[in-house]
Design a binder for this molecule. Sequence first.
Ligand SMILES: [Mg+2]
Length: 189
Amino acid sequence: MGDEMVKNEAMEIMGLFQVLPRLVVFDLDYTLWPFYCECRSKNEKPSMYPQAKGIMHAFKDKGVNVAIASRSPTPDVANAFLQKLEIKSMFVAQEIFSSWTHKTEHFQKINRKTAVPYNEMLFFDDENRNIQAVSKMGVTSILVGKGVNLGALRQGLSEFVKNSASVEKNKEQWRKFSKEPGSSKSDAQ
Ligand SMILES: [Mg+2]
């Protein structure tokens, strides 16, 4: 399937969901491309997982921003590859630095830069420890096995919808609770 076909199919999948995330964050190694860029040279010509590019373009077309959170110790190689793949200008935020925090710090920076709340973000990564840490922050986080593909997209969007439905339900319950007589000081006159 070429990029354009993947993009069309991804747009169709996105059309099935009533709410979409405001920002989608991608890991790099083994999520967008099938290698560790620390093991590669800047001079090589990289290639991505076959459906990754089409999916990113579909998000862009739907008005959903995309960003990068990578713990790669070689940001220079990562940046060179993003240039060569002609996708570097797509991202509203790019956090590429090694850290022990399993990307908590990456997401704090992305949140500060974009002002998008954690519960309106969707994240794809191939490492479970990153998924665990970032989902605790309120981000819908999807573990990918063979890079970002249409299956992961479908799963990500449905998890996102489920999570945002439960956020709404909590808000609703909180509103109900605070309106009950005697539940807040302003009611107790
Ligand atoms: Mg990775």
